[in-house]
Design a protein around this ligand. Structure first.
Ligand SMILES: [Zn+2]
Length: 280
């Protein structure tokens, strides 16, 4: 055991009080943790103590993926050098960042104090990153009363076919099936079955999880079914997200017949057919 000198002793006493102090050197720098002598000049420090922090900035860090019993945290953490606000030197402490990606040089961290302090460096349990962003899961559930034409379409989907409607005047084919032509306003009487193959016209790579998507990132796309004039939106699967492209030929992957309901969940996603791309 080593007895602490007056400088370190003061530092530890202040920790017990929930404060972090440094000591000023003859040159005016603030050393944290304080030392009896300025490591730069070898001169004795002054007797002036300066409260610093409590927040600071990470200047370097190393990730500990598998903490040992002797470590301050029982979950993965970082050993970091932290320059507390007002200090000219950095102290080493644990940072509970959750994962290595949450930490970078320049990250702002705050001390998390132990509730019962004894005047020891472990009075600071660890440092934690400043909260600058809150990721909060939001879930909205909709129950739509299915109208007549959409019900017709979903009954088709239950049988494994996409039903479209052809406008008798402009001859445009709409999917999902609808009863009025949005272009000319006339009624659509002709119902037709469309193939479950089509072409990706546009797509988006999504990096936020979605209960309908199997993994992140996933791709949602506008797919122009063969014979249709209006694309429909669907998931794309069976292909890495970065390989999805405009003009790619795809086919619907249906869930097994016994599991089908009157819902678009019958289509797991559209997967590439392997055919050559189509010029759009
Ligand atoms: Zn029309």
């Amino acid at each position: 055991m080593r007895t602490t000198g007056p400088v370190i002793g003061r530092f530890l006493t202040e920790l017990r009080g929930g404060r972090i102090v440094g000591v000023r050197t003859a040159e005016g720098k603030v050393l944290v943790p304080p030392l009896e002598y300025d490591p730069a000049s070898g001169e004795a420090v002054t007797e002036e103590f300066v409260e610093v922090g409590p927040a600071g900035t990470v200047t370097a860090w190393a990730w500990v993926a598998e903490p040992r019993d002797s470590h301050p945290l029982d979950r993965p953490f970082a050993w970091a050098t932290i320059k507390l606000d007002g200090a000219d030197t950095a102290l080493v402490h644990a940072v509970d960042a959750g994962n290595a990606k949450a930490l970078r040089i320049g990250s702002r961290v705050w001390p998390v104090w132990r509730s019962e302090r004894t005047g020891h460096i472990t009075d600071i349990s660890y440092f934690a990153p400043e909260v600058t962003k809150i990721v909060s899961p939001v879930r909205a559930e909709y129950r739509l009363q299915v109208g007549g034409s959409l019900l017709t379409f979903l009954e088709g989907v239950e049988r494994g076919v996409f039903l479209g409607g052809r406008c008798p005047s402009c001859e445009k084919v709409y999917v999902p099936y609808r009863v009025f032509c949005p272009a000319c306003g006339g009624p659509i009487a002709d119902q037709l079955e469309l193939p479950d193959t089509g072409t990706i016209t546009t797509y988006a790579i999504n990096n936020l999880p979605d209960p309908r998507a199997p993994e992140v990132p996933f791709v949602s796309a506008y797919i122009l079914l063969d014979g249709a004039d209006i694309p429909m939106i669907a998931l794309v699967g069976g292909v890495p997200a970065h390989e999805v492209r405009q003009g790619m030929r795809v086919r619907a992957e249906w869930v097994p017949e016994g599991e089908r309901t009157k819902s678009m969940a019958n289509v797991r996603w559209f997967a590439p057919t392997g055919e050559p791309d189509v010029e759009l």
